[in-house]
Structure formats: structure tokens, C-alpha cells
Design a protein around this ligand. Structure first.
Ligand code: ADP
Length: 391
């Protein structure tokens, strides 16, 4: 797997159960996945020699991010490496313009957008959409970096001018008036088998996913079926191998728009580790190896995932002690830590909590978010004092 982050770490964890071992191409031996697999190649994902060393003798080459230049992957394919997802598919997760043009061709619902060649495009586009616009870098964005929700036209012009002056290509998109954000997570194998997990609600703060509720509460059966079908159709049309996450907006008038594609295990699927028969990490391995795909059914009426995001200042209390307290108070919390240093806003782990009844959503969400906040801040959001209270 190219990339030594938490996605590779958790994919390795799933691979072990299948009798496999993941070799990772990591930037540093401290990377989350490099800490846990004995088979590490240190190098950059932009270095063909490093990619060759990582791929040598492996059954397949896959990714924990989308940033490997497709020219290098084309070379590896020509040399006989099985690259999954293949470069022709992956490019749609690398380049937001390529993706939007392809989705438009396929008739998939997307916000109105335009490529940008100069600042004056802002006025023409804003006039055409008749409302606020969003500026996005065409490549390289993640966790909301490279996305500017413009306050007004002057702000939009300023943002576009700044990017263009730095030589960074951007696109413009209409700002969608949305009820909430959803994600469709599917997998596809080279054989052509597809499998979809239930549609989830993703809650974002400052462009970062903080909570995922599975399945999305109150989503109509029709919209859920439409989103699942869309995910499966896109996986097939784009020739995806592995997991595909389709980030969606549910608009205020109740329709779906595609925001973003990711061709790898995705934050919106972390709940599957504890809440579904087959986790997204196992499914990714199965798909990449062209095994039959696993059952995607949820094992509970509701599962909530809350990200552990580094606090503004790392707490004095050790992580070990925080875990001790957490398990004492919330024994059902399933914790997944990534072995990363704590930095403000950084994803350092997540907590899953599986509920027992559909009506549990609010309670389970509160407990999952409280657990995650405790792990990052060493503070209980309800002011509970573990040394004096009984809970
Ligand atoms: P990234 O690729 O960095 O994850 P996204 O394209 O997913 O960036 O955008 C990050 C967040 O910005 C989204 O989750 C959403 O909350 C907001 N956003 C993005 N595009 C739009 C849009 N067209 N209208 C309204 N909000 C948007």
C-alpha cells in the first residue's frame, strides 16, 4: 500500500486476519502503518524507484491516498504490476475538474461548476449561478484544505487571484444550500462484483469530518436506494477496484449532489470496523485481491463514529491514563488509535459505539462524541468528575 497513514495501518490490521501482510511505502518509520508492519519501504510516492521497490513481488499495489502521479502508475502497469484501483479510475479522485467533467458526462447529479482561467471568471460564474460560490483547488485538497467558501464576490475574486498568482489551478462551484452531508460507501472487485454499505450521515466542522452516523437518520428509503445505486454505478463506470467513497450533499429541497470521490478506505467508513459484518478495510483487501466481497450488512440499528482530533494544547494526562478513565466510564466505546503525535485538529484516532435500538441515535452519538472529546482533551463535556461521581 502506498502511504503509511492510518488507513494503511487499519488495512494492515484487516489483512492480517486474511493471512496477508501489507508492505507499506511510508515517508518515515514513525508513520502509523510503518509502526505496525515489518515490511516497510521508506520513500516518496512521487519516486518511481521507491514505488517499484514497494511493488516488487506484491500481489497488487494499492493506496491510502490519491496522490501518486498517474504517469508513474502507467509505467508500473506497463511493467506488469497490478495497480488497484487502476490509474484510469484513480485520476477521477485526484483531479476535481476531471472528476466533475466525467460525472457530468455520466449524468450524475453535481453542483454547477466551471474551470477558471482568470479572476474575471468569478463574475461571469457568480452571475450565472445567481448565488454564493466556492473556490476549490483542482488537486491536492483534503480535510477542507483547498476549499474556500466565499463570503461575497470580492472575497471570491481575492481567493482566486491568490491561488492563480501561486500557480495553483482552481475551479468554481455553486455553494449548495444543504440539509446535511451524506456518504455512499461501496466496493468493487475486478471480477465486477459490487457491494454497498448503508448510506451514512457525515458531520463536518471546519471542513473536517467529526462524526459519522450509520445509517443516516431519517433518510427516506428512496433517497438511500438512489445514493447506493449511484455509488455502485459510479464504481462500475469508472472501473474502480477497491473501496469507493462518494461524498454527497443532501440539498434543502431533498435531492442528492455528488461533492467528492475517494478511491480507498475513507473516514466515512470507519464505523464498519465495529458496526458491519465486513469492515471497509477487509473489503478493500478482498477487492484488491479479487476475492468475493464480504457482507456489508450493519450488525446494529445504529453505529456512531467520532473522530479523535488533537486538542488545541495536548493534555498533560497521558493517553494511557485517558484510556483507563474512558473504559471505566464508557465500556462500550471501541477505540482505534493511530499512533500519531497529537497536534491541534489532527486526526489521531476514532471511537465507534454500536447501539442496540434505532431510537438510540442521540444517546449513542452523545456518548461517542463525549468519548472522543475525552480522549483528545482529557475533559468530560458534561463536567463529570471521575474521582467523585458515580455514573
Ligand atoms: P476536501 O476535498 O478538502 O475534503 P470538500 O470538497 O469535501 O474538500 O469540501 C470540504 C467541505 O466544504 C465539505 O464537506 C462541505 O462542508 C463544504 N463544501 C464543499 N463544497 C461545497 C459547496 N459546493 N457548497 C457548500 N459547501 C461546500
Amino acid at each position: 500500500m502506498v502511504g503509511g497513514g492510518q488507513l494503511a495501518r487499519m488495512t494492515h490490521q484487516a489483512a492480517i486476519a486474511l493471512g496477508q501482510s501489507l508492505r507499506v511505502l511510508a515517508v518515515s518509520p514513525d508513520d502509523p502503518a510503518a509502526q505496525v508492519t515489518p515490511d516497510v519501504v521508506i520513500g516518496a510516492h512521487t519516486d518511481l524507484e521507491a514505488l517499484r521497490r514497494a511493488a516488487a513481488g506484491a500481489s497488487a499495489l494499492t493506496f491510502d491516498h490519491e496522490h501518486v502521479p498517474t504517469e508513474l502508475l502507467d509505467t508500473l502497469v506497463a511493467e506488469g504490476v497490478t495497480v488497484a484501483p487502476p490509474p484510469e479510475a484513480l485520476v477521477h479522485a485526484q483531479d476535481k475538474l476531471v472528476m466533475r467533467r466525467k460525472l457530468a458526462d455520466l449524468g450524475a447529479p453535481i453542483p454547477r461548476f466551471t474551470a477558471v482561467s482568470g479572476v474575471d471568471d468569478v463574475d461571469a460564474f457568480a452571475a450565472a449561478v445567481g448565488g454564493p460560490v466556492v473556490i476549490k483547488t483542482v488537486r491536492g485538497g483534503y480535510d477542507g484544505r483547498g476549499v474556500v467558501l466565499a463570503r461575497d464576490r470580492a472575497h471570491a475574486r481575492e481567493a482566486v487571484a491568490g491561488y492563480l498568482a501561486d500557480g495553483v489551478p482552481v475551479l468554481l462551484e455553486e455553494r449548495v444550500s444543504m440539509r446535511r452531508e451524506l456518504a455512499a460507501l461501496v466496493a468493487r472487485s475486478p471480477f465486477g462484483q459490487g457491494a454497498a454499505w448503508p448510506i451514512v450521515e457525515t458531520v463536518q466542522r471546519d471542513g473536517i469530518c467529526v462524526t459519522v452516523v450509520a445509517p443516516a437518520p431519517g433518510l427516506s428509503e428512496d433517497l438511500a436506494a438512489e445514493a447506493e445505486q449511484l455509488g455502485l454505478r459510479l464504481a462500475g463506470e469508472l472501473g474502480v477496484v477497491g473501496v469507493l467513497a462518494v461524498e454527497l450533499f443532501e440539498t434543502t429541497d431533498g435531492t442528492l449532489l455528488v461533492n467528492e470521490l475517494a478511491m480507498r478506505p475513507h473516514n466515512s467508513g470507519h464505523w464498519t470496523m465495529d458496526g458491519a459484518v465486513t469492515s471497509q478495510f477487509e473489503q478493500h483487501v478482498r477487492a484488491v485481491l479479487d476475492y468475493p466481497l464480504g457482507d456489508t450488512r450493519p450488525i446494529a440499528p445504529v453505529t456512531v463514529m467520532a473522530n479523535v482530533l488533537g486538542a488545541p494544547a495536548a493534555p498533560a494526562m497521558s493517553v494511557d491514563e485517558r484510556l483507563h478513565h474512558l473504559f471505566g466510564r464508557i465500556p462500550e466505546a471501541k477505540v482505534h488509535l493511530y499512533g500519531k503525535a497529537e497536534r491541534p485538529g489532527r486526526k489521531v484516532g476514532h471511537v465507534n459505539i454500536v447501539g442496540v435500538a434505532p431510537g438510540d441515535v442521540d444517546r449513542v452519538r452523545e456518548r461517542a462524541e463525549r468519548a472522543a472529546h475525552w480522549l483528545s482533551h482529557a475533559e468530560w463535556t458534561d463536567g463529570w468528575d471521575g474521582h467523585s461521581a458515580n455514573d
